[in-house]
Design a protein. Structure first.
Lengths: 252, 268
């Protein structure tokens, strides 16, 4: 099983299972996933709650090690420091060290990422302005609203100017205006050449920002390809209904 | 500057950052203030008890005060160390941190150094309070001895060991179990002579192996309690101080290395 260097993210035969029960037997949640995401693509992972999206994200970010298969980021093994230098990650429902101010929080992550101390301040300012949080930089994170936390989360993911952004449910819990702003931000990131992998169980979010989609169900990829292929019969929801055979697709 | 030196500096810069944030985290924790309050209660109890003592009332303040410093520091390091990793996992702050280009060993070291900074700060505060108390209440002139200074230093070293051991337990078990294991280590470590003597006295091979295992793996904490040496101001030999400091360093190094190895394998 070989991994080519040409893709931003490439997974081959990826499997993972959580240990559970008295004997800590593994219960599979991700089964033999093959995935290739070229550089510069905005790729959406769609799936119901429990489909394995977050676990797959954790495998790609190197937070979990696969029990089978391999995942590489620009040719580097996902759990290597080289791969992590190329990745910016926003977890689902992020909880940060809330006693830090926005500015302190970003400086902390800049230093963890090995950013040159001479450009640290400049970079912090740049990303805070990019996510429209410059005005709130001196406030403690515990005073931030849900939307502000998501935006500062994106800022920490961007702080070291990564080539790949992995956003787990970035629109979750946001009000319609914040949701629209987040979608706009992701589209802009795509335009500036970032590879973005995002998960959602809300179809319209994926439809609006992604160029390619994969549908996950019970830990396996049901279907993947350019979003146009899913839009042949109208909206994405109708397009993918074929694979869900009568199940509700309001929220995957 | 060569790239090798630069890499090493960057490595330690990350550890320092993690320790700084850990320090800021612990300083907001109520356990820190409870441990300080606990020491102050023991100080007060020492003063009260000295009022009912006929001979050498100062020594009551001296003994109980030192016990207060030591217990408070141990209480803090044990509880904070045991909950350190599980808190990060439960609050899910760990995921963002570990998605950065850092090793888990750096994470463990950063956490431990953050805890060590808090222990140091507490130690300074308690030592100053305690020695001020001694100066204020003394009726005898020879209380501030070399043995007292060494005793205070050893209380700090013991707390550093307990912090490293509790952090080690927290890499593979829950907070409550870590606390229980660490209390076990503390009790055994403080009674190491008894365990050695049990090992020598027992006829059964299985028991001997059991006691040998315990005395080998559990750090000897008896040497950190100077007891009557402090009470009577008997000077502590420099060789003993040096070996205790070295022993502390080795135990911490082994505990942190094991913590790093275990945490590296741990599924989050």
């Amino acid at each position: 099983m070989s991994i080519e260097k040409g893709f931003a993210i490439e997974a081959r035969g990826l499997s993972y299972g959580f240990r559970s029960g008295f004997w800590l037997k593994r219960k599979a949640v991700v089964h033999h996933i093959d995935l290739e995401i070229p550089e510069g693509q905005i790729f959406g992972l769609l799936g119901m709650n429990g489909a394995g999206k977050t676990t797959l994200i954790h495998l790609i970010t190197g937070l979990r090690a696969p029990i089978q298969g391999q995942v590489n980021v620009f040719g580097f093994k996902a759990d290597s420091l080289e791969a992590r230098r190329l990745i910016g990650f926003l977890p689902e429902r992020p909880y940060f060290h809330d006693y830090l101010t926005g500015d302190q929080f970003l400086r902390f992550h800049a230093r963890l990422s090995g950013l040159d101390p001479h450009i640290e301040g400049e970079r912090v300012k740049e990303v805070l302005q990019q996510v429209k949080m410059w005005g709130a930089k001196d406030k403690d994170l515990k005073t931030y609203s849900k939307g502000m936390l998501q935006r500062i989360g994106i800022a920490q993911a961007l702080i070291h100017d990564p080539k790949v952004l992995i956003l787990d449910e970035p629109m979750s819990g946001l009000d319609p205006i914040a949701r629209r702003e987040m979608r706009q931000l992701i589209i802009e990131l795509g335009i500036t050449g970032h590879t973005v992998l995002l998960t959602s169980h809300v179809i319209s979010d994926i439809e609006e920002v992604c160029s390619h989609v994969a549908i996950l169900r019970n830990g396996s990829i049901l279907e993947k390809g350019p979003i146009e292929e899913f839009l042949v019969h109208g909206k994405l929801e109708e397009g993918i209904a074929r694979w869900y055979k009568g199940e509700s697709t309001d929220e995957l | 500057m060569s790239s090798r030196v630069s890499q090493v500096l960057t490595w330690f810069r990350v550890v320092f950052e993690l320790s700084r944030v850990t320090f800021l985290d612990i300083i907001r924790d109520k356990i820190l203030y409870n441990s300080l309050f606990f020491a102050l209660i023991i100080f007060a109890f020492g003063i009260l008890a000295s009022q009912f003592t006929v001979s050498h009332p100062d020594r009551m303040v001296l003994d109980l005060g030192l016990a207060g410093v030591s217990l408070s520091l141990n209480f803090l390091s044990l509880l904070m160390g045991a909950g350190m990793l599980s808190k990060e996992i439960e609050r899910r702050t760990l995921y963002v941190t570990l998605s950065r280009p850092i090793t888990r060993m750096q994470f463990i070291l950063g956490k431990y150094l953050g805890l060590a900074q808090i222990i140091f700060m507490n130690w300074i505060f308690l030592s100053l309070s305690y020695t001020s108390l001694l100066l204020f209440f003394r009726t005898e002139s020879d209380l501030m001895t070399q043995a007292l200074v060494v005793g205070l230093g050893f209380a700090f070293l013991e707390a550093l060991i307990l912090g490293a051991v509790s952090l080690l337990f927290s890499t593979f078990t829950t907070t409550s179990l870590s606390v229980m294991f660490c209390i076990g280590v503390y009790l055994i470590g403080k009674n190491m002579t008894e365990f050695h003597s049990l090992m020598k006295r027992t006829d059964r091979t299985l028991y001997r192996i059991f006691f040998k295992g315990i005395t080998f793996f559990v750090p000897n904490l008896e040497q950190y309690s100077l007891g009557s040496q402090v009470t009577y101001g008997i000077a502590v030999p420099q060789g003993f101080i040096l070996t205790t400091v070295l022993y502390t360093g080795v135990v911490i190094l082994v505990s942190l290395s094991l913590s790093g190895l275990i945490f590296n394998q741990r599924e989050l």
